[in-house]
Write a protein that binds this ligand. Structure first.
Ligand SMILES: Nc1ncnc2c1ncn2[C@@H]1O[C@H](COP(=O)(O)OP(=O)(O)OP(=O)(O)O)[C@@H](O)[C@H]1O
Length: 311
């Protein structure tokens, strides 16, 4: 869906991105990660021409992006950033409706769409009449994501969208964006410098350093088949075990047909979170329920050790 071919970008003669070749498939959740100043944001912003590339080609839906009208291109791509950028004097409703209003949607359709998005992002419908300063940071981030999604864009570009949030809110928003991705099947490109966030979200991780791609692949590939020492160090040798666990879920490792009384965990819990539960509860077996809270089976501590084969 998006192809970079030997793309370079210079600022004052210095390359921010060098000779970058990258393929982002339709419907894929791609996460750009890397050291500070490695060119992640520049790469993201070149996709919707917030930054124009100097060399090479970038294609979107088969066409070089320079052939699109920049405004028209941006309307096909939702964009959400860490600093949110909500218009302070506009209500939540008007903020979310920015692109639909530009596209001249009828009022009733806009009203309905705002309602849908508030529900999708777990925000109360009354919030539509509030102003950004009347919301918490996490609520503002949700509105920023809702705004990016408003006109059902083909691509969603996100630059550290959960950057400034506390871990609990951050984790909740990560789960929401995973759900939105599963529901909508949209192509998402997200920049983060948080390794665990990348592992939780990505179908494909692009690890960058010094304006170049060091390795692109599935999270499991970067963890278990690092291309070089830089990749190995980046993902942290000592953390490798728990990071591998964060790629698996309790539901996939559970022993069905067994049951056990006690406080259950949900099947969607990562095995890393399950490990934490085993330790906190000083137990080696945990009952697992599905999303409807129906008993699914029992997870054994020893099953965590077998996970590498199952991933
Ligand atoms: N507008 C600009 N003018 C001059 N230099 C820039 C500009 N934007 C980015 N750069 C430089 O280009 C390089 C890549 O920046 P970029 O913001 O893409 O990196 P990043 O990987 O997103 O970094 P971070 O994780 O710190 O946000 C850096 O050296 C940065 O200083």
């Amino acid at each position: 869906m998006i192809q970079f071919n030997q793309v370079s970008k210079y600022f004052d003669g210095n390359a921010a991105v060098s000779n970058l070749t990258l393929n982002i498939d339709e419907g894929e959740f791609t996460v750009l990660i890397g050291t500070s100043g490695s060119g992640k944001s520049t790469t993201l912003k070149m996709i919707n021409r917030m930054i124009e590339h100097d060399e090479g080609t970038i294609k979107f839906a088969g066409e070089e992006i320079r052939r699109f009208n920049a405004q028209a291109l941006r309307r096909r791509m939702g964009y959400a950033i860490q600093s949110i950028g909500l218009f302070p004097h506009w209500t939540v409703e008007k903020n979310i409706a920015t692109v639909p209003a530009l596209l001249n949607w009828p009022k009733a359709r806009i009203h309905e769409r705002v309602g849908e998005l508030l529900a999708l992002l777990n925000l109360d419908d009354d919030f539509r009449h509030r102003y950004p300063h009347q919301l918490s940071g996490g609520q503002q981030q949700r509105v920023g994501v809702a705004r990016a999604l408003a006109a059902d864009p083909e691509v969603l570009l996100m630059d550290e969208p959960f950057g400034a949030l506390d871990p609990v809110t951050r984790s909740a928003l990560q789960q929401e964006i995973i759900r939105i991705h599963q529901l909508s099947g949209r192509t998402i490109v997200l920049v983060t410098h948080d390794i665990d966030e990348a592992l939780v979200l990505a179908d494909s991780i692009v690890l960058m350093d010094g304006g170049r791609v060091v390795q692109q692949g599935k999270p499991i590939e970067l963890l278990t088949r690092p291309a070089n020492e830089f990749v190995r160090d980046f993902f942290g040798r000592s953390e490798l075990g728990v990071r591998l666990l964060s790629l698996g879920h309790a539901g996939a490792a559970v022993r069905r047909g067994e049951w056990l009384e006690g406080e259950p965990i949900e099947e969607t819990l990562t095995l890393r979170e399950a490990l934490s539960q085993f330790i906190a509860r000083q137990t080696d077996r945990l009952p697992v329920v599905d999303k409807q809270q129906k008993p699914l089976g029992v997870l054994h501590f020893s099953d965590l050790l077998r996970q590498r084969e199952a991933l």
